[in-house]
Ligand binder design. Structure first.
Ligand SMILES: Cc1ncc(C[n+]2csc(CCOP(=O)(O)OP(=O)(O)O)c2C)c(N)n1
Length: 362
C-alpha cells in the first residue's frame, strides 16, 4: 500500500487531524504525514505518549466536531486505554476516533518477546472495549473509505490493525548532523567511567548498542519494551540499594513519562545519560518536533546536583573520567546523530532472563 494513497482517502473523507506515537509498522505513513505534500493538508502532532495522543485528539474533536485519527504501536495501547474508555467511550462523552494500530507480534509472524502478549490479545482487547476493528491486510481503499464514513455516521471508535511491511518503503533522507554517534557515546561510557555502577537502558537502539559493546560484562538491565519507564525502573532500584546506577535513555523515552523525574531524591546515586537525537530513531527515524525550552533548568528543578550538555566526544570522555560520587545525581545531556546500524543484536528471551537474574544477584 502506498502511504500517500492511504492518506488521500482520509483527506477525501474530511479527516484533518492526526496525532500519535511512532511505530515501525507505520513509519512510512508518519513520514508521509510530515512531508511537504501533506503537512498543509493535515494538522498533525507527535505526542509524548499514546494517552496524550488520544486526549489531544479528543480536544481537537471538541474544537472542530471532526473525527480525529490516532496512530500507535499496539504496545502503547495500554497508555491509550484510560482516555479511550474513561473519556471517549459511548458510556462517557461518545467521542469518535479512528485508531491506526501497528500490529507487532501478529499471530503467525515472527517477532520479539515483548510483542507477543499484545500481538495475540489486541483483537480481544478491542472487542472488550466495543471497538470495531479491521485487519488492513483484508481491506482495500474503497473499504477504508467506508470504514471512515461508518465511524463518522455512527459516532464510534474504530481501529485498523496494520502489521509489518503493509506500507511500501519510502526512500528516506535524514539530515546528517555532526553530533556524537550513539555507538561513540556508549563506548565512552563503558571505557571511561571508573566508579562501580550498573546500567538500566531504554527501549530500542540504546539497549541493543550496549548489548553489542558490553564486552566488559557490566551488569545491565535492558528495557526491550515498556518505553518511557527507564527512569522509573532506575529509581525503583535505587530506592533499595546504595549502588550507583547509569540510566541510559532516549529523548522519546525521556518525554513519554516525564513525571518520573519528580521522584528523584538527592541521595540517589544516579547518572542520567540522555542520548538526544531529536528522533524516534528505532522505529524508522521519525523526528520529534517538540522539546523542552531548557534542559538545564528542568534538571535543576527536579533536583539533579549537576547538568552537563555535551556536544563533543572529547568532552564526554572527560566528563566520565572525572565523575565522582559527590556530583550525583547528575544529568548528562548528549546531542547524538542518527546512526543506522542494521547489525545491532536482538537478545533472546533466555539471554534477557539471565541479565535480569544477574542484575538481581549483584
Ligand atoms: C509505549 C510504547 N510506545 C511506542 C513504542 C514503539 N517504540 C519503540 S522504540 C521507540 C522510539 C524510542 O525513541 P527514543 O527513546 O528517542 O530512542 P531512539 O530510538 O531515538 O534511540 C518507539 C516509539 C513502544 N515500544 N512502546
Amino acid at each position: 500500500m502506498k502511504s500517500s494513497k492511504f492518506l488521500d482517502v482520509f483527506y477525501k473523507n474530511k479527516i484533518r487531524y492526526f496525532s500519535g506515537v511512532p511505530d515501525s509498522c507505520l513509519s512510512e505513513l508518519i513520514n508521509s504525514l510530515m512531508s511537504k505534500r501533506y503537512n498543509k493538508k493535515f494538522k498533525h502532532t507527535i505526542a509524548p505518549n499514546e494517552g496524550i495522543a488520544i486526549s489531544l485528539a479528543a480536544g481537537n474533536y471538541l474544537a472542530t466536531n471532526q473525527v480525529p485519527c490516532i496512530y500507535l504501536q499496539n504496545s502503547g495501547f495500554g497508555n491509550a486505554t484510560d482516555p479511550i474508555t474513561n473519556l471517549c467511550s459511548r458510556n462517557v462523552y461518545d467521542i469518535p476516533l479512528i485508531l491506526i494500530i501497528g500490529w507487532r507480534g501478529k499471530p503467525g509472524t515472527k517477532d520479539e518477546p515483548q510483542h507477543i502478549m499484545q500481538g495475540t490479545s489486541i483483537r480481544k482487547s478491542l472487542k472488550n472495549f466495543n471497538i470495531s476493528y479491521y485487519d488492513s491486510a483484508k481491506i482495500n481503499l474503497n473499504k477504508l473509505s467506508k470504514i471512515i464514513n461508518q465511524t463518522k455516521k455512527k459516532n464510534r471508535i474504530t481501529a485498523i490493525l496494520v502489521a509489518k511491511n503493509y506500507f511500501d518503503k519510502i526512500n528516506q533522507k535524514y539530515r546528517k548532523k555532526n553530533f556524537i554517534k550513539r555507538s561513540e557515546a556508549i563506548n565512552s561510557l563503558l571505557t571511561n567511567l571508573k566508579i562501580d555502577y550498573k546500567i538500566v537502558s531504554s527501549t530500542g537502539f540504546n539497549s541493543r548498542e550496549i548489548l553489542l559493546q558490553n564486552s566488559i560484562k557490566k551488569t545491565a538491565f535492558y528495557l526491550i519494551g515498556a518505553m518511557g519507564h527507564t527512569l522509573g525502573v532506575s529509581l525503583g532500584s535505587l530506592n533499595h540499594k546504595n549502588k550507583t546506577l547509569v540510566c541510559v535513555d532516549g529523548d522519546g523515552s525521556f518525554y513519554m513519562h516525564q513525571g518520573s523525574f519528580a521522584l528523584l531524591k538527592k541521595n540517589h546515586r544516579l547518572v542520567y545519560l540522555l542520548l538526544d537525537n531529536s528522533s524516534h530513531e528505532s522505529v524508522g527515524v521519525v523526528n520529534i518536533d517538540y522539546k523542552l525550552k531548557s534542559f538545564k533548568d528542568f534538571a535543576k528543578s527536579v533536583g539533579f546536583k549537576k547538568y552537563v550538555k555535551i556536544d563533543k566526544l572529547s568532552q564526554l570522555d572527560k566528563c566520565f573520567k572525572s565523575l565522582v560520587l559527590k556530583n550525583l545525581p547528575i544529568f548528562i545531556h548528549v546531542k547524538t546523530s542518527i546512526e543506522v546500524n542494521k547489525n545491532l543484536p536482538r537478545p533472546t528471551l533466555k539471554e534477557l532472563q539471565k541479565f535480569k537474574n544477574d542484575f538481581i544477584k549483584e
